[in-house]
Structures are given as structure tokens and as C-alpha cells.
Write a protein that binds this ligand. Structure first.
Ligand SMILES: Nc1ncnc2c1ncn2[C@@H]1O[C@H](COP(=O)(O)OP(=O)(O)O)[C@@H](O)[C@H]1O
Ligand SMILES: [Mg+2]
Length: 247
């Protein structure tokens, strides 16, 4: 697997931050360490979703050249390793143009959570990445915006671009994976179910894989990570009963 994975979307609110956290947590469960970089410098959410208090060292200090990126890693009680962004209003106009150079100092797997859209920051993030995971929901608005960010990634000469469909209900009101793949002209690497436990785990600042390991989304994350790591994965049996007991 490549070193830097950009998690991008196009449309906001499709689940990038949730995905970045849960991808890292599931990778941990499979024995693969990673670092999450909160590169949504205007609206940083990784810290908020993990209940991280205000940090003294953040990505902004790294980008300003005040601290080395390797010294800015925050270790969460769950074991997740994070380079958070400052939530301070004074740090809003921080350019990501040097992000690539800083990330090269991290000799490991890096997951970069991005702002939505196609702006300069997103371009810098995609430029710094080896793989691009485009998160979308199975609706027209989200997919049309995903198409735009895929075009941007292709224009930046990225080859490893994959789509993740998040919040899948498998009902008649959503686009099918085939339709989404056709619109995006890009392979779909994963479908993550709509799962009410995501909201609960986010409220409690715990990745879903730890809070509800048998829930639908947790199983989807495990399928995805087993695919990324090329490992065999068999979901536990009696899932229905396990889910009832795990409520
Ligand atoms: N698979 C899912 N099932 C249910 N809710 C989800 C799922 N993924 C994300 N969400 C919810 O969607 C909202 C937006 O997610 P977030 O990760 O903040 O999106 P983004 O970073 O793209 O703005 C949050 O309330 C989150 O709890
Ligand atoms: Mg976000």
C-alpha cells in the first residue's frame, strides 16, 4: 500500500472525517499503524470527534516551520496517532503548499483528512498523496461533486483513485454502485453502510470498530482494510445475535 492516502470528497458532510478516523482505527486492529493528519485547517474536526483537548503542537506550527512534523504527533488513548489542526481562529489562513515536503518526513502510512471542494488546499493534499480515496454518498449531488474531485485528481496525474460509497442503505432511493461507478469512471473500493452506531460512537469520541465491532459499518471497514492489506477476512459468525448482545 502507498504511504499517503488523501481522503477527499467534493461535497461536504459526506463522511470524510468519520471515514479517516475509522479507517485508521480498523488498520490498527489489523496490526497496521498509521497517522491521521487533519488537513482541514479551516474546520478541523478530527480532534473534536475524538475528544482531544486543545493541543499545543498542531499542523499549523508544522506548516509555519516552527516544529518538525515528527514532533507534533498526538497519541490518543485508543492508540490512534494524530497530527491535529488548531481550532484557533488565528490559524485560519495557513497554506498547505508545503504539506508534501513535511509528509515525506513521515516514513509510514498517512491518512489525510481534507476539506470539501476543489480549492488550493485540496489540490495540495492530492498532490502530496499516493492514493486518493473519494468519499461520496449514494445521491446525485454527492456523486456529481465526486466526479469533479476525481477530474482534479486525474489532472494532477494521480493513478490510484478509488471511490468509497458511504451511508449505503440499499434502498430504492439511492444510486446503485453500478450507476456511481459509471458516473465516476473510477473503481469503487468500498461501500460503508448507513449505521446509527456511527453517530453514537462519534458522540462518545470512540471509533465504531471499538464501540460496536459487529455493527454493519464496522464489518464494512474490516472488509475494506483486509482488501487494502491483502489479508483474508471472514466476518464473525452469528452476527445478528452478536449485534443484539452488543447494544
Ligand atoms: N456510515 C455512516 N452512517 C451514519 N452516519 C454517518 C456515517 N458516516 C458519517 N456519518 C455522519 O455524517 C455526518 C458527517 O460526517 P463527517 O465525517 O463529519 O463528514 P465530512 O468530514 O465529510 O464533513 C456526521 O454526523 C457523521 O456522524
Ligand atoms: Mg470533515
Amino acid at each position: 500500500m502507498s504511504n499517503v492516502i488523501a481522503v477527499v470528497s467534493g461535497k461536504g458532510g459526506v463522511g470524510k472525517t468519520t471515514f479517516s478516523i475509522n479507517l485508521a482505527a480498523t488498520l490498527n486492529e489489523f496490526g497496521q499503524e498509521s497517522i491521521i493528519v487533519d488537513a482541514d485547517v479551516s474546520n478541523p474536526n478530527i480532534g473534536l470527534k475524538l475528544g482531544i483537548p486543545r493541543v499545543t503542537l498542531s499542523l499549523q506550527e508544522v506548516l509555519k516551520g516552527e516544529v518538525k512534523i515528527t514532533h507534533s504527533v498526538f497519541i490518543h488513548p485508543t492508540g490512534l496517532r494524530i497530527i491535529p489542526s488548531s481550532v484557533s481562529m488565528d490559524e485560519l489562513d495557513c497554506s498547505l503548499s508545503e504539506l508534501k515536503n513535511h509528509l515525506e518526513e513521515l516514513n509510514e502510512l498517512v491518512i489525510v483528512d481534507s476539506p470539501p471542494g476543489l480549492g488550493e488546499d485540496v489540490q495540495s493534499i492530492i498532490d502530496a498523496s499516493d492514493s486518493v480515496l473519494v468519499i461520496t454518498n449514494p445521491d446525485h449531488a454527492a456523486v456529481i461533486d465526486a466526479v469533479k474531485v476525481i477530474k482534479l485528481a486525474k489532472d494532477l496525474r494521480k493513478n490510484n483513485i478509488y471511490v468509497v460509497i458511504n451511508r449505503v442503505n440499499n434502498d430504492v432511493y439511492e444510486l446503485t454502485p453500478d450507476e456511481i461507478e459509471l458516473m465516476c469512471e473510477t473503481p469503487i473500493i468500498s461501500k460503508i453502510s448507513e449505521d446509527s452506531n456511527i453517530r453514537r460512537s462519534s458522540f462518545e469520541n470512540i471509533p465504531i470498530i471499538y464501540r460496536n465491532p459487529y455493527s454493519h459499518a464496522s464489518i464494512d471497514y474490516q472488509y475494506l482494510v483486509s482488501r487494502l492489506l491483502r489479508q483474508e477476512y471472514e466476518p464473525p459468525n452469528l452476527l445478528f445475535i452478536r449485534r443484539l448482545l452488543n447494544r
